[in-house]
Design a protein around this ligand. Structure first.
Ligand SMILES: Nc1ncnc2c1ncn2[C@@H]1O[C@H](COP(=O)(O)OP(=O)(O)O)[C@@H](O)[C@H]1O
Ligand SMILES: [Mg+2]
Length: 317
């Protein structure tokens, strides 16, 4: 309804994680590079953590889009991680396109092993991606550790990407899971956007929605500053505030949202006193250097521009 009022072709602050709306930031770029590099170089286990609404699922959708462009990659994508170890294996096999129903755990493991060895022999890449991985039980994480053991003398047969909230870091730091922790090859963390990134984020999302050069007129610097302050740089909250600010401005027939509107929305959504997490979780383990990241990113950003079918579900083998 407000789209034509602000001369936009689509809703700029949609909450669905759409790779077409991806705005590169330092942390998103680092995390995407770690995931893609981990898959391509057969690194084994990669862990990405971030608070709610920092862009983890979007990042995985970008990764899936990139992986979908390579014929030699098969992936299983799990987003319900409250599964028992057997259900977890069943789901994984099923997503790889293998028969799974009615099989017990050892049969499932046998079939998965056979599948991974055959793909490894054929020089093919196989990836298991788990979103919301902080929900995984200790038993299922132990199963994942066993899967991460499958390897040839040179490399891992299954590339495992675990993505979840900071509770995943806490789980991996627990004594019982120290063996799994030692297998992590790359580990990175998504943090909220800085003030400057928030400004670029809002501008870029408005441009993607057709605002062109008028994006800075819709959200003035002082309004962007208020959005950053009230959202603390969490992309989902930025979206919520900006979307509601546009709706309110439209309802009042104002040419652009004001600081007062943004603050009123933040109060309505009870965003006052929001706490910012600290950059403590990764502690340097498995981090890539800046040159390594930027080298990979040149390719990734180009690849993300390619058209996508948008189908992220079903069989990918
Ligand atoms: N780098 C980014 N570029 C564009 N949109 C982003 C970015 N990071 C997060 N978002 C948006 O923020 C919202 C929350 O992202 P999501 O991936 O669902 O977060 P999480 O899975 O961490 O809870 C989504 O609307 C998503 O599109
Ligand atoms: Mg998510």
């Amino acid at each position: 309804m407000y789209k034509s009022f602000f001369k936009l072709s689509r809703n700029p602050f949609e909450l669905t994680p759409d790779p077409n709306c991806f705005v590169p930031t330092k942390h998103h770029d680092e995390a995407l590079a770690a995931l893609y590099y981990g898959v391509r170089r057969h690194k084994g286990l990669v862990v990405v953590t971030g608070e709610v609404g920092t862009g983890k699922t979007l990042l995985l959708r970008c990764l899936l889009q990139l992986l979908g462009q390579s014929k030699d990659i098969a992936y299983a994508y799990l987003f319900n991680s409250t599964l028992s170890p057997t259900e977890f294996l069943q789901y994984t096999l099923f997503d790889f396109g293998l028969p799974a129903s009615g099989k017990n755990k050892s049969e499932l493991l046998f079939d998965l092993n056979k599948f991974l060895v055959a793909r490894g022999t054929g020089d093919l890449t196989t990836v298991l991606i788990v979103d919301e991985a902080h929900h995984l039980s200790a038993d299922t994480l132990e199963e994942i550790r066993l899967l991460s053991n499958l390897e040839t003398p040179d490399e891992k047969l299954l590339q495992i990407m675990l993505v979840g909230q900071p509770e995943l870091d806490e789980k991996l730091d627990s004594v019982g899971l120290r063996q799994l922790k030692q297998r992590i090859a790359l580990r990175t963390q998504l943090l909220p956007l800085s003030a400057e990134e928030t400004q670029r984020y809002i501008e870029k999302r408005l441009q993607i929605a057709g605002a062109g050069s008028t994006s800075t007129q819709i959200f003035s610097p002082s309004v962007v500053e208020a959005v950053h302050r009230c959202s603390q740089g969490f992309p989902r909250l930025i979206n919520t505030i900006c979307e509601n600010a546009l709706i309110t401005a439209y309802a009042r027939r104002l040419p652009h949202p004001t600081v007062e509107i943004v603050e009123k929305i933040a109060a309505e959504f009870r965003l006052n006193g929001f706490c910012q997490p600290e950059d403590t979780a990764t502690k340097g383990q498995g981090k890539m250097g800046p040159e390594q990241v930027s080298g990979i990113l040149l390719d990734l950003h180009a690849a993300l521009q390619q058209p996508t079918s948008g189908d992220m579900s079903g069989t990918h083998a």
